[in-house]
Design a protein around this ligand. Sequence first.
Ligand code: GDP
Length: 448
Amino acid sequence: MREVITIEVGQAGIQMGNAIWEQYCCEHGIDKKGKRKENEQRDHSLKIFFEEAGNGQFVPRNLAIDLEPNVIDDVKNGEYGAIFNHEFLINGQEDGSNNFARGYCSMGKQILSKVLDRIRKLVDHCDNVIGFIMAHSVGGGTGSGLGSLLLEHLTTDYGSKKTKLGFEVYPSPNLSTCVVEPYNALLATHYLIEHTQVSLVLDNEAIYDICQKQLHIIKPDVTNLNRLISKVISSMTASLRFSGELSEDISDFLTNLVPFPRLHFMTSGISPIVAKTDLETSSNEVYKITDDCFKPHNWFVKFTDFDPAEDKYMAISLTYRGDVQAKDANAAVQWLKSHSKVTLVEWCPTGFKIGLNDVPAATLESDDIGAFPKNAVMIANNTGIVRVFHKRIAQKYDLMYSQRAFVHWYVGEGMEEGEFAEARENLGLLEKDYLDMLKEPQEENSDS
Ligand code: GDP
């Protein structure tokens, strides 16, 4: 048996996590009490994510942590509160105040031993943990600071062989909730570079636009965003939770997507994205859903000025769900390539990994997105992500830090000021690494 443990940190992490578990429960026929429907096929792969308790209840292998009580209380009292083991829903009494240093140093360290103890308990309930998933935002205080602290400890305690996959909400300029988001995001990214093997960059503004423009929601809230995020994540983990036709292990997934360890920040896209009211007019052909996945308006991260020729892919994983035949998927990918819809880096011309899963993505009553028999999710390693780091974090950080603005809040919580410079340097190197990927490969034995 193999298992994956999910760790949700801070408000965004926990709320996103709720939507994800709701999606998983729906796909596996698990009700709000954790009981599985009698007639559900006995696919044991779901035990990678759920533990089957003695009373037949399926309990998420999940730990949720916040520095303050409100969000955790909402989970306990929420619709799906009964599926969780409440021993693994932990909170402190004061919040992270949007300050990385509170999560990483002061408040985070106070709660750390309890959290590590609970993680150990979850691990002890498993035969062979293959990896950890962390859901959090990097713009606040808890998800960014405590999330980074935990990732660091996971590496120390469980070794680098246990894969760590991050679902990270990055700051969006027009939806920012606090001025120091670039500081928090920079500091967290510094840890993500070393301590996750894959980070899915989620950008609320991009998802907000999808909700408004494609799903006709006039004023989307985080619940709308989280429901959409859960669709991408459920497809990303579907091959682990079900036995698909080309099922893959978590490490296959990494091998394909990450040619260099530091360059592991992913862009995602999904299709079809169609409102329930527009269902009848939409095509569900394999080539159409494939093509749409590669259109930036279907992406969960917004690159400024995306250029399909200049922003190159190093690797792409395409997961189809529903009744999709391998030959149709391959033909659609060939079609994309021959019509120059995607540009791959010169040194990695194959680039595509296709996964098929015959269980369609479940549509919940609370979903805004319409149900289709087939859908496609793209997870891609595209060099254009560098601009997200540059424009959203580096530039804004440089402006504020040039005046040392707000730095005293971080130092006051026990952080060394030198961490800022170290993190900034690391981000600069990351940007350079991405840009180097665009250089033409050198001829090894050129006759000169
Ligand atoms: P923390 O609890 O201190 O980690 O802080 P938050 O998780 O609230 O982090 C703030 C960032 O997360 C802001 O960019 C918010 O827009 C975003 N955010 C907060 N809650 C949610 C949520 O439920 N879903 C999504 N997608 N983003 C959220």
